[in-house]
Design a protein around this ligand. Structure first.
Ligand code: HEC
Ligand code: HEC
Length: 476
């Protein structure tokens, strides 16, 4: 570049500098364009990506661990590692008020501390390197936010490493940078840039090792039912698991059967208008949450020691309304299992598991009165029960299970006036298509997967028997 062009450029630069930029309308105009862009971006994100729905808040849930939004996670982590410092850790206001206050103050005072008139970044090393150290620190603290400070076996190591990465290194770097600028005035800009860079690399490297050494426990993904159909389905599953044993799968039970301690107890049928018209949603939810302890219904709400969250209970109430309350019209729900064609053999995976879950599982799990017949897995159905030799026999229509689900109790061989096993479920009747599916399954040899079942299925010839009678025989 010859001198002439150099001068030209310098002149133009001078001119531009002097002309400056007017706040109105130049700057404002640029600002408007940028904010419009962000606004459009937000609308697009909200429309096409959105935010996962979260479970309903439950003000009385003491197990809830509050967490800030992601942009405050760095402060959250800072508080966590600060809390580990032996003596200072006790003085909370230092970390929540004083330290962030000082940080903000430094940022606000930066233009007054560094009074260099130049815009060129080579002449503004202090503010830029301080800012870089702080930004790297904030990002790293945010990334580490989910790593616990103490391991499960009580080791403080993750906390110590995090404190070094997130507090000690940045603090030392910032102090050094200020010392270099104001105390050892001769320090070269290179040294300052190196200081900031080394501190950033150390912080990032330590954060990486913390993440590698102490991986974040996988968060339990809570799926939240948002559509009415999903809510009813979720409510139905919860009802099957928690309520069927006493109230029956259809809420019709008026006399409890098959439940230890409550045998023969008379209760109101909860599917009736009597109950559903008298109790509004809030009252129903309250009954479920608190139970009727004096009558034998244990509390279900987390608040009272049960397992169900506020959203769970709401879903059960919605299920009850839309299934039993004639003032509500249920949307079309998916059938419990895909309907069976003539000659089709059902499988455990596709048909039997959902049936068992809806109609049997609430009693046939460990810890309930059920003759030790556990129905929570394929193997258990085949191999548990006081009468496991007779319960499920491939190809045998006299299998105890098939007899009891059709309403034929098994008499006691020693004393025929007594029953060995009563009709199942003890508190209601199964719909014909469910009995048919269980029948076909056992007659065909209890296939586990859809593929196994497909091999056993036969395509009916026009002369073959009607649907509903097992038409496939087990292949030996
Ligand atoms: C261990 C047996 C048992 C289980 C499980 C059970 N209940 Fe109950 N429930 C009862 C008894 C007993 C009563 C009768 C209380 C009474 O007579 O006051 C009752 C009463 C009710 C009532 C109130 C009826 C009224 O008019 O006050 C509702 C509603 C109800 N249950 C819903 C449920 C729901 C929903 C579930 C599942 C989350 C459930 N129950 C689980 C035993 C049970
Ligand atoms: C309300 C609780 C309850 C429900 C729901 C229930 N059972 Fe039972 N089941 C029992 C009890 C209690 C026994 C013990 C025998 C008895 O008391 O008659 C039992 C026993 C059995 C037995 C005999 C096991 C053995 O080896 O002696 C079979 C088979 C059985 N149930 C099948 C089913 C099936 C299939 C379903 C679902 C369609 C079902 N049960 C639903 C309570 C229940």
């Amino acid at each position: 570049m010859d001198n002439e062009t150099k001068q030209k450029i310098n002149k133009r630069y001078e001119r531009e500098l002097n002309r400056g930029e007017r706040f109105w309308p130049d700057s404002i105009f640029k600002d408007l364009i940028v904010s419009l862009g962000i606004f459009v971006l937000l609308i697009v994100l909200a429309t096409f990506i959105g935010v996962d729905a979260q479970p309903k808040v439950d003000p009385s849930d003491t197990t809830y661990i509050p967490r800030p939004e992601w942009y405050f996670l760095f402060l959250f982590k800072f508080l966590a590692i600060y809390g580990q410092i032996p003596l200072l850790g006790k003085i909370e206001w230092l970390a929540t008020v004083v330290v962030p206050g000082i940080a903000i103050l430094i940022l606000a005072l930066m233009p007054f501390i560094d009074r260099s008139p130049f815009r060129y970044y080579g002449k503004r090393v202090l503010p830029i390197s301080v800012m870089a150290v702080i930004v790297v620190d904030i990002v790293m603290l945010t990334i580490m936010a989910d790593v616990p400070t103490v391991t499960e076996n009580g080791s403080m190591l993750p906390g110590i490493l995090q404190a070094i990465a997130g507090m000690v290194i940045p603090l030392v770097a910032i102090i050094l940078l200020f010392l270099m600028t104001f105390v050892f005035r001769r320090t070269s800009t290179k040294t300052m840039i190196w200081t900031a860079a080394i501190s950033a690399v150390l912080t990032i490297g330590l954060t990486g090792s913390v993440l590698a050494l102490f991986p974040v426990p996988a968060a339990q993904k809570t799926t939240v039912a948002t559509t009415l159909v999903d809510q009813i389905t979720a409510g139905q599953d919860l009802y099957s698991a928690n309520c069927t044993q006493c109230h029956g799968d259809d809420g019709k039970v008026t006399k409890i059967e098959g439940v230890k301690g409550l045998e023969g107890k008379l209760i109101p049928a909860i599917h009736s208008t009597d109950v559903l018209y008298t109790l509004d949603d809030a009252a129903l939810a309250q009954v479920i949450a608190y139970g009727r302890p004096e009558a034998g219904m244990t509390p279900f709400g987390k608040t009272y020691g049960g397992q169900l969250s506020a959203s769970d209970i709401d879903n059960i109430v919605i299920f009850m309304r839309y299934t039993w309350d004639d003032r509500f019209e249920a949307p079309k729900l998916k059938p419990l299992f895909p309907p069976l064609a003539a000659g089709e053999v059902p499988s455990y995976a596709v048909h039997i598991q959902p049936i068992v879950k809806r109609y049997c599982l609430s009693c046939h799990v460990a810890g309930k009165e059920n003759n030790n017949f556990l129905m929570d897995s394929y193997d258990n159905i085949l191999h548990t029960g006081d009468h496991k030799a007779n319960d499920v026999i491939a190809g045998d229509a006299n299998s105890y299970l098939l007899q009891v689900i059709q309403g034929h109790p098994i008499p006691d061989p020693k004393d025929p006036t007594k029953t060995l096993i009563r009709a199942m479920p003890p508190n209601g009747h199964l719909p014909p298509n469910v009995i048919d599916a269980l029948m076909r399954w056992i007659m065909a040899g209890m296939p586990q997967t859809a593929a196994d079942a497909a091999k056993l299925s036969v395509t009916p010839t026009p002369a073959a028997g009607s649907a509903g009678t097992p038409s496939a025989t087990p292949t030996p």
